[in-house]
Ligand binder design. Structure first.
Ligand SMILES: C[S@@+](CC[C@H](N)C(=O)[O-])C[C@H]1O[C@@H](n2cnc3c(N)ncnc32)[C@H](O)[C@@H]1O
Length: 427
């Protein structure tokens, strides 16, 4: 497909997302199924336009003076694809699959409007009702944080030390641009996509098939490390999902000790079996029935609670979720977090650590949730997160944000997805 056909496809997908309020990944998958002639390169290019248009939706709409997906898709190509209006015109010449050209009005607006004159919530591409929530955690830096959360993300890899060293993987992936992260010994990073390029398909590499690495955001790797899992420990990963943090902890434990992992949804846990096999992890026991956890009561050194949340910290990768989030959903997540926090209490031994994690940036799911928990559960005391950070990463690493009861990673502060972690010790 030529650029015009890809642009037209992106417009159709964006229209589908807008009219049916559906996740971008689903809409893209459906488009792919009904256009089987499109190759991997086409799909990646269409996906890029769609995700760029969603990440910077407000700013593109403001500059185009239009909220039509047709115009924001053009805007995404101009803004992130690095094309000028003339170059875009030329690229579509004679392409019968290209969309209708931009209206004169939108072209003029695009050329005339200066983004520095846009209201702050538009520059930050942040739903207006979320502005006070961002101010609550980031204070006067909220706009920098919102802007960083609307940029293209890098592709991070976690080295699986059970099977390979970083240098070996860097060699095997030469040509992909993967480089070690200077302050985190286990991570490799492929920078964000430039212009119209795409990320390499690292999962097709033999090194991936052999289990030498996993795809995992640096922030997720960091919170798994801060959980403090060590060889020989007994760990319960209570909201394990597909096991991203389980696998990271298993490697930190050098396959010794035991991780019990559980998720309320069987289907979410299902991919873990294949991932464990590929990674050479032997100290993980998945559980699908909660009654199987009874024997663990009072025994666990660590209970990791990677709680269900709004996912606001991952908006770089899932920007459609930003526009679907409602305060009702936020309230539901807060209630679920409270339920799972209480559900995990019986499993810890005295002196054990409850590690509470979310991939949200909002205080009501993080700091405030822990403040309430501590008020209601006086048998827990907090581990000093500034000290913990210093012990692990010293002075070389960027500094997270430290609210009262934990630490917050974010694209602007630590150049990662957004995460919250708090570690509490049972007295
Ligand atoms: C943030 S995701 C976990 C991601 C996973 N830990 C990882 O690193 O890939 C949260 C998980 O919590 C699970 N969950 C939600 N409510 C739960 C409950 N009451 N008990 C156990 N798991 C629950 C969801 O099914 C979801 O998989």
């Amino acid at each position: 497909m030529r650029l015009g056909g890809r642009l037209q496809a992106a417009i159709e997908v964006l229209q589908d997302i807008k009219s049916r309020r559906r996740p971008a990944a689903e809409a893209l998958k459906d488009w792919g199924l009904s256009h089987r002639f499109a190759g991997a390169g086409d799909r990646a290019a269409i996906g890029n336009i769609v995700y760029d248009a969603l990440r910077e939706r407000y700013l593109l709409e403001w500059r185009m003076d239009s909220d039509d997906p047709h115009d924001t898709a053009f805007g995404a190509l101009l803004e992130d694809g690095g094309l000028s209006l003339d170059e875009l015109d030329r690229a579509q010449e004679g392409d019968r699959f290209a969309p209708e050209p931009l209206s004169e009005h939108s072209r003029n607006m695009w050329l005339k409007k200066n983004i520095n004159e846009a209201p702050d919530y538009i520059r930050g591409n942040l739903p207006q009702w979320c502005v006070p929530l961002f101010q609550d955690i980031f204070g006067s830096h909220w706009l920098d944080e919102a802007v960083a959360l609307a940029k293209r993300p890098p592709l991070d890899l976690r080295v699986n030390r059970l099977k390979a060293k970083p240098e070996k993987i860097v060699r095997e992936l030469s040509g992909t641009g993967a480089k070690p992260v200077s302050w985190f010994d286990n991570a490799l990073r492929i920078p964000p996509i430039e212009k119209l390029k795409r990320h390499p398909n690292v999962q097709a590499e033999p090194a991936f098939q052999k289990g030498y690495f996993e795809v995992q955001d640096l922030g997720s790797q960091i919170v798994a490390r801060l959980a403090g899992a060590k060889a020989g420990m007994q760990v319960l990963d209570y909201c394990a999902g597909a096991g991203g943090k389980t696998l990271a902890m298993a490697a930190d434990m050098e396959n010794r000790g035991q991780i019990h992992c559980y998720d309320a949804e069987k289907a979410r846990l299902a991919p873990i079996f294949e991932r464990l096999r590929r990674s050479g992890v032997r100290n993980v026991q998945p559980h699908v029935n909660i009654s199987e956890l009874d024997a663990l009561k009072g025994q666990m050194d660590i209970v990791l609670l990677d709680a269900p949340c709004t996912g606001t910290g991952t908006w770089r990768r899932r920007p459609d979720a930003k526009w679907r989030l409602t305060d009702g959903q936020l309230e539901r997540r807060i209630a679920e977090q409270k339920t799972v926090l209480n559900a995990t209490l019986p499993y810890l031994r005295t002196g054990g650590h409850l590690v509470y994690i979310t991939c949200s940036l909002l205080s009501s799911e993080n700091d405030k949730q822990i403040a309430t928990f501590l008020k209601e559960n006086s048998q827990f005391k907090e581990i000093d997160m500034k000290n913990l950070w210093q012990q692990h990463f010293g002075d070389e690493a960027p500094k997270p944000v430290f609210p009262e009861h934990g630490l917050v990673l974010s694209p602007a502060s630590t150049d990662t997805d957004g995460f919250f972690i708090s570690v509490l010790e049972k007295r």
